[in-house]
Ligand binder design. Structure first.
Ligand code: RFL
Ligand code: PHB
Length: 390
């Protein structure tokens, strides 16, 4: 088989790239090692920047997002028993974010791809990119007992943090930057109305808590937990008790509880790969970088990578110019590092760190108090939260 671009990974990065290329007449095949249903069973991001919404519109996949997504003009920072609203809309001159689950983003993109008749190969084993440092790259995979080969012009590595693309690059050609945090997030989904119509990020001496949502009837809540905790350690009752203790009294009292139908623990990490291009292989999304979820930036960074990469590839095929693909890595990394900085900062300010004790707690409270009362500091927070321009 031959195609123009092989995209490894059918997550939001790969699907968005595939759709943008398809709409400009560029052929791409997507290969994933798991099934469509498995991908749609993963519960992940929930907050979309306006840039991501624009990308979904450009991909022709925004109809449901526009009718069912929840626009949010602000969020709350809770600490020291009180609640302070950050008015995103006012502080950024009219910008907002959209609450719409990553699962739904993925489903919408998959549906568009199917309607367009584009090829996606699911449940492909041992996917491997080859010869991307030369002119004739190709990808091999195993399926139904046979080994297959797809020849192409370019390979897009959109296969997440644990994917094969980044690992295929020789060690001497790549530099990795990493910070691992000494805690995780325990998250649940429950069919209960959200405690507030906006998100609440809470700093508390017992640890961070976040109240988010997927709809007006479905809540997504998180609490900071030790890294070695297991999901089995957390009954629903223990979770509800703990999150209530970390919230200001009016929210704790108003919180509606119920059985959870999803519960998982995610470790927190900051990670960046430089560069993001190796000959005819490009990395995009979580394959190239990871941020802790505190700033809601992971999926949104995947979207800005895909913006730069799709523009570069479209320029290559329509104008016969390599300028866009040559600039891809530098442009993407410049935005990536700013989001990595913001996510690290928000994580550092909001979580209980095992080694900083009560001193660290007071410093965080002082910073939060400054942040919510200084227009300059609130504006900086809001500008980063709604997403830097691209
Ligand atoms: P994905 O979604 O991991 O998709 C990668 C795909 O590649 C496939 N794959 C392979 N295919 C073939 N061969 C191989 N060897 C392969 N290895 C892997 C996988 O099966 C998969 O289908 O990466 P992508 O597309 O770059 O998307 C990135 C986002 O998923 C991620 O950044 C966000 O979920 C991060 N994130 C959040 N981002 C936000 O912007 N806002 C949020 O509110 C937000 N909340 C979160 C989050 C991530 C979380 N977790 C669980 C890490 C909340 C949480 C709890
Ligand atoms: C979510 O709804 O899953 C969510 C929201 C905001 C974050 C992280 C996750 O910062």
């Amino acid at each position: 088989m031959r195609t123009q671009v092989v995209i490894i990974g059918s997550g939001p990065s790969g699907l968005l790239l595939g759709q943008l290329l398809h709409r400009r007449g560029i052929d791409a095949v997507i290969i994933d090692r798991v099934s469509r249903d498995y991908i749609l069973g993963r519960v992940r991001a929930g907050v979309l920047e306006e840039g991501m919404v624009r990308m979904m519109q450009e991909a022709g996949a925004s109809a449901r997002l526009e009718s069912e997504g929840l626009p949010h003009d602000g969020f709350s920072l809770a600490f020291d028993g009180r609640d302070h609203r950050i008015n995103l809309h006012q502080l950024t001159g009219g910008k907002r974010v959209m609450v719409y689950g990553q699962t739904e983003v993925t489903r919408d993109l998959m549906d568009c791809r199917e309607a367009a008749g584009a090829t996606t190969i699911y449940e492909a084993a041992n996917v491997q990119p080859h010869d991307f440092d030369g002119e004739n790259p190709y990808v091999t995979y195993e399926k139904d007992g046979a080994t297959h080969r797809i020849d192409c012009d370019f390979i897009a590595g959109c296969d997440g943090f644990h994917g094969v693309s980044r690992k295929s690059v020789p060690e001497k050609s790549i530099k990795e930057f990493e910070k691992v945090y000494p805690f995780g997030w325990l998250g649940i989904l429950a069919e209960v109305p959200p405690v507030s119509h906006e998100l609440i990020y809470a700093n508390h001496p017992r640890g961070f808590a976040l109240c988010s949502m997927r709809s007006t009837t479905r809540s997504r809540y998180y609490v900071q937990c030790p890294l070695d905790d297991k999901v089995e350690d957390w009954s629903d009752d223990r979770f509800w008790d703990e999150i209530r203790r970390r919230l200001p009294a009016q929210h704790a009292e108003a919180m509606v509880t119920g059985p959870s139908f999803e519960k998982s623990i995610a470790p927190l990490r900051s990670f960046v790969t430089e560069p993001m291009r190796f000959g005819r292989l490009f990395l995009a999304g979580d394959a190239a970088h990871i941020v802790p979820p505190t700033g809601a930036k992971g999926l949104n960074l995947a979207a800005s990578d895909v913006h730069y990469l799709s523009q570069g590839l479209i320029e290559y095929y329509t104008d016969k110019s390599s300028a866009g693909i040559d600039a891809y890595s530098a442009k993407a990394l410049s935005r990536v590092w700013k989001a990595v900085r913001f996510s690290w900062w928000m994580t550092t300010m909001m979580h209980r760190f095992p080694d900083t004790g009560d001193f660290g707690q007071r410093i965080q409270e002082a910073e939060l108090d400054y942040l919510v009362h200084s227009k300059a500091a609130s504006t900086s927070l809001a500008e980063n939260y709604v997403g830097l321009p691209y």
